[in-house]
Write a protein that binds this ligand. Structure first.
Ligand SMILES: C[S@@+](CC[C@H](N)C(=O)[O-])C[C@H]1O[C@@H](n2cnc3c(N)ncnc32)[C@H](O)[C@@H]1O
Length: 253
């Protein structure tokens, strides 16, 4: 198992490789925290982080809202293990291992009360439309009335707006080039390095022979997300921030 210092170094490398794909990742985190702060209406909100990975957004939220309680859920034992090793002693943070595609994930969270906010970043594009519909319905159930769901991700335009779609991608690419995002380690290189780190061997073996991979060919569009959130009976849904196709979508319960 990694020491706290080793885990924090891997986390730092994780954050850098994620910026390969999301040049404005820190700004996206800040906007998500702005939304939670504005809507929570209390200093100690209960927040659920979906597909939290090693907890990057969760810890940013705790930095901004120190009295918050964040329940972070992810299906990858290695990423959860890194978070536990790096932040295991962090007050207000609880990591839960569960696959969002399987029933029972809500009860696995063991929430003490309805949540004030559900957040997610760069994770829900791993779900198909039907899986996303189920997750959004579950989120509407676990949130209190007036609570908020905030999803930050690359959310593509619908196919009937191809020119706008190409334009938003071009804007995101130009931003990445200006930020030098494509000069960092990418996803594959990070996982290759993890695979040969002796201190992570136990966590790698916990991933099993067929670890979770992103394998959704037909990723839901921005319009799909909005429609599914409306079907899940969120009262108001729309983007509050975007840079190209990098968006923060908000749904108010
Ligand atoms: C690109 S990573 C982003 C992680 C984190 N939110 C961040 O921004 O650093 C996508 C995450 O979603 C998680 N994930 C994907 N599908 C999932 C599922 N069905 N259930 C739980 N977690 C899932 C993956 O394990 C991974 O940690």
């Amino acid at each position: 198992m990694p020491t706290t210092l080793q885990a924090r170094n891997w986390m730092e490398r994780w954050d850098q490789q994620q910026e390969f794909y999301i040049a404005d990742r820190e700004e996206r985190f800040a906007v998500i925290a702005d939304v939670v702060t504005a809507v929570a209406g209390r200093p100690d909100p209960l927040i659920v982080d979906l597909g939290a990975g090693p907890g990057s957004l969760s810890v940013r939220l705790l930095d901004r809202i120190p009295a918050a309680n964040v329940v972070a859920v992810d299906a990858d034992p290695l990423l959860l293990g890194l978070a536990r090793a790096a932040y295991g002693d962090r007050a207000g943070l609880r990591m839960v291992g569960h696959d969002l595609r399987t029933t029972g994930w809500v009860s696995a969270l063991a929430l003490p009360r309805p949540a004030d906010a559900v957040v997610s970043t760069t994770a829900l594009h791993w779900l198909t439309r039907p899986q996303l519909a189920d997750v959004y319905r579950d989120c509407a159930e676990l949130l209190r009335a007036g609570g908020v769901l905030v999803n930050g991700d690359h959310l593509a335009e619908a196919p009937d707006r191809p020119r706008l779609g190409r334009l938003t991608c071009r804007i995101a690419e130009a931003r990445a080039a200006r930020a030098g995002a494509n000069r960092t380690e990418d996803w594959g290189a990070w996982w290759d390095a993890v695979g040969s780190a002796p201190e992570l061997a136990d966590l790698i073996s916990q991933r099993g022979a067929r670890p979770l991979e992103h394998s959704v060919p037909d990723v839901p569009t921005l319009d799909d997300h909005i429609a599914l959130l409306q079907q899940a009976r969120f009262a108001e849904v729309g983007p509050v921030w975007q840079h190209g196709d990098d968006r923060v979508l908000v749904a108010l319960r």
